[in-house]
Design a protein. Structure first.
Lengths: 515, 206
């Protein structure tokens, strides 16, 4: 269904990568420099509405150039406003927006609460910035006053501690990109993004239609993601145009994913901190390294990650698990195939990496840890949220013990809404990495669990397929599920589990029974 | 079944992405429309207390993500629903053509025993748009609803609060009727389940 119009634009590609190359030549290009140079160019021009019809080559080059320039303006505007100078931070108190352009208050957070918290948090941010500067100096990495480092110290306990306490906002994009090995990606793929932009400029298909529907539903609470109305004329926001391009290019670059709702949130937030091309590659890295399978067409990755989270809950927060688990047998693993209803609340925790789940500053702190510590950070933060909710959840269950339908609904709402009030990012992170029993959870453990869940699920699916060929009714299917992976040990720690051996023998026995 | 138990009506809203499911639910529950709703990921849930003919009920409305792939999330919460609302956008022909597959998908995932008698309500949303933007006529919609088993049909605007109240009133009544008709058969399946539970425990020697 692609109504793609392609035309060769070799000059365009070269022209743009030239500009990048210039900045690359002296040890990685700094965006701040890049913007500074561009700022001297033409003043902010309003951009034409997106072209869908075939354009002549010159037209298309012009429109591309134009929109890039205005994008750079927007980014430098956000870039400037997130500089953590005390007077800038204080100015937020007088505004109804935060430093990224998001509305401070919403249904869950009152503006007074935000301001009270911000008064303390902004001082904390200034202190942390000074510490980061010292850390950088100690490692021989000089940072210009308004610049951002393109290199960071080697991995260490100390650096991890710094990351957990928050990366300075104005360095965030660079730090994320550096930790995620974005520069390698960029180096291996010179010019690829520009080519994709060209190829997708006039592309219309199912993916691009879905993207159009979501652009304005990404960050309606952020000024930069809303159209601009001036003198009665409405113009599309440059940042939305950028978001469109990044998502379209991604859908073309990764056809097994195409466009999946929630990618808009991830790409959108990346664009607040990174320029277009690096945001694109970061999105690629997120989907292939940090959250593999999560956005693929069958979303099996979501089910797998949810399964791992359920295993973690059972292990670390048994009281919470007892409320979430719907199966009546405590050592039954059927929840890995048919996830508990309440796990639906946590879908977006993985798919959107907490965007829209936690307040924005808190989300950013999670992202800092994610890009430095891998996906285990998502599980640790999820567990922390449940740990913080545990008293309320138990309380509710005592009050509602007589009525299951109401209980699970109210629990669902609690899990859905409570995170939106977690402004105090420091408290969340401290609980997560200092006080909790899962603060030492390792990436290796998570990977083991994942392997286990993947195997269990695929075996189960296989069995179902084989059985349904000979005909199996609902009751039989349920029975199979109950018995499929009934674990023999009552107390099985995540670590002590013999992941594959036990499962295999179990499955063999069941298969014999079926035969 | 105990009589003191509060009646809970479980309602699922389905339809293509962007047809206005979230907006309809918000309009019905909070009485307002906003351009500020974000795209729904996974599922959202809102409760509303209602009185239907002197009977106190709590309606649990489940809003879903419309993108097709979200169906792979093994939509466990469809189970036990009392009514399903199928929404399309009158300015989007494809969303209308997909109604039947949303219905089928629901019947399979929710494991409905008696599909012919399960209550669906169809809503054509966004009727506030200019006449020339409307692509699906009332007549066409009505005839489809008739062919799908005489499903009740409403045309609404979540934006201007047109007909939303009326549509959900019918949803609630149908859901209540369904819930009441199910009480007996529910008790029956519970009994069977308990029996099977005991059985599987025994055979495993746990
Ligand atoms: N004109 C008009 N627009 C609507 C109406 N209901 C929803 N919308 C818009 O349609 C888009 C999608 O709405 P949303 O409720 O998020 O759709 P969902 O994906 O089905 O949940 C949003 O931009 C809404 O503002 C309506 O009744 N009239
Ligand atoms: Mg929605």
């Amino acid at each position: 269904m692609d109504t793609e119009v392609s035309f060769s634009t070799p000059n365009l590609v070269e022209e743009h990568s030239d500009a990048l190359a210039r900045h690359n030549s002296d040890g990685g290009y700094s965006l701040i420099d890049y913007y500074a140079e561009n700022r001297r160019e033409e003043p902010f021009t309003l951009v034409n509405p997106p072209h869908r019809k075939t354009l002549t080559r010159t037209e298309s080059i012009q429109s591309l150039k134009k929109s890039r320039t205005s994008l750079e303006r927007v980014q430098s505007k956000i870039g400037e406003s997130i500089h953590q100078e005390p007077n800038r931070l204080n100015a937020i108190l007088a505004s109804d927006r935060d430093r990224y352009g998001f509305r401070k208050s919403n249904h869950y957070v009152k503006i007074e609460d935000y301001d009270e918290w911000w008064t303390r948090y902004s001082q904390y941010l200034s202190r942390r910035k000074k510490k980061w500067e010292k850390l950088m100096a100690k490692n021989g990495l000089l940072v210009a006053k308004k610049g951002s480092p393109t290199r960071f110290p080697a991995r260490s306990e100390e650096l991890r501690r710094y990351v957990r306490k928050g990366i300075p906002a104005e360095w965030r994009g660079d730090a994320w990109f550096y930790f995620a090995k974005g520069y390698d990606k960029l180096k291996d793929n010179k010019g690829v993004y520009d080519k994709l932009v060209d190829e997708t400029m006039n592309l219309i298909n199912e993916n691009t239609e879905a993207i159009e529907k979501d652009l304005h539903r990404t960050f309606p609470e952020n000024v930069h993601f809303n159209d601009i109305t001036r003198n009665g004329v409405t113009e599309e926001s440059p940042l939305l145009q950028t978001l469109r391009r990044v998502l379209k290019c991604f859908s073309k670059y990764r056809p097994s994913i195409g466009y999946c709702q929630s990618l808009n949130f991830i790409a959108g937030l990346l664009l607040v901190f990174l320029d277009e091309e690096r945001a694109f590659w970061m999105l690629v890295i997120v989907t292939e390294r940090y959250l593999p399978g999560i956005h693929e067409f069958n979303l099996e990755g979501v089910n797998v990650h949810q399964g791992v989270l359920m295993l973690c809950l059972r292990q670390y927060l048994p009281n919470v698990w007892a409320l979430i688990n719907e199966s009546s047998h405590s050592n039954n693993n059927s929840f890995l195939y048919e996830l508990p209803t309440l796990s639906f609340c946590t879908t977006s925790w993985f798919m959107s990496i907490f965007v829209g789940v936690l307040p924005i500053e808190t989300t950013l702190r999670v992202w800092d840890c994610l890009f430095y510590e891998e996906s285990k950070a998502i599980f640790q933060v999820s567990l922390t949220i449940f740990k913080l909710l545990e008293p309320q959840m138990l309380d509710l269950s005592h009050k509602r013990s007589e009525d299951d339908g109401i209980l699970s609904a109210e629990l669902f709402q609690m899990i859905q809404n409570a995170p939106k009030r977690l402004l105090d990012a420091n408290a969340l992170m401290e609980e997560c990495f200092r006080f909790s029993s899962f603060s030492k959870l390792s990436q290796e453990e998570i990977l083991n669990c994942k392997k286990y869940v993947i195997e269990s699920r695929s075996r189960y699916n296989e069995l179902i397929k084989r059985r349904s060929a000979v005909g199996m009714d609902e009751q039989e299917r349920k029975e199979l599920m109950r018995t499929a992976v009934l674990l023999e040990n009552k107390q099985i720690g995540l670590k002590s589990m013999n992941w594959n051996g036990r499962l295999n023998s179990r499955m063999r026995r069941i298969q014999q029974r079926i035969r | 079944m105990s009589t003191r138990k509060k009646t809970i009506l479980k309602v699922i809203i389905l339809g293509d992405s962007g047809v206005g499911k979230t907006s309809l639910m918000q309009q019905f529950i909070n009485g307002k429309f906003s351009q500020q709703y974000k795209a729904t990921i996974g599922a959202d849930f809102l409760p509303k207390d209602l009185v239907i003919d002197d009977k106190q009920v709590t309606m649990q409305i489940w809003d879903t993500a419309g993108q097709e792939r979200f169906q792979s999330l093994g939509v466990a919460f469809y189970r036990g629903s009392d009514c399903c609302v199928l929404v399309y956008d009158v300015t989007n022909t494809k969303s209308f053509e997909n109604l039947q597959s949303w219905k089928d998908e629901f019947l399979i995932q929710a494991n409905i025993k008696d599909p012919d008698n399960f209550p669906f309500v169809v809503i054509g949303n966004k009727i506030d748009v200019e006449e020339n933007k409307r692509l699906v006529s009332s007549k066409k919609a009505q005839s489809l609803c008739a062919s799908m088993g005489n499903l009740p049909y409403f045309e609404t605007s979540a934006k201007e609060a047109v007909n939303v109240e009326q549509a959900f009133d019918v949803v609630a009544r149908n859901a209540l009727q369904q819930e009441e008709s199910l009480e007996f058969s529910d008790d029956y399946t519970d009994a069977v389940n308990i029996h099977v539970d005991g059985d599987s425990y025994g055979s495993c020697g746990c």
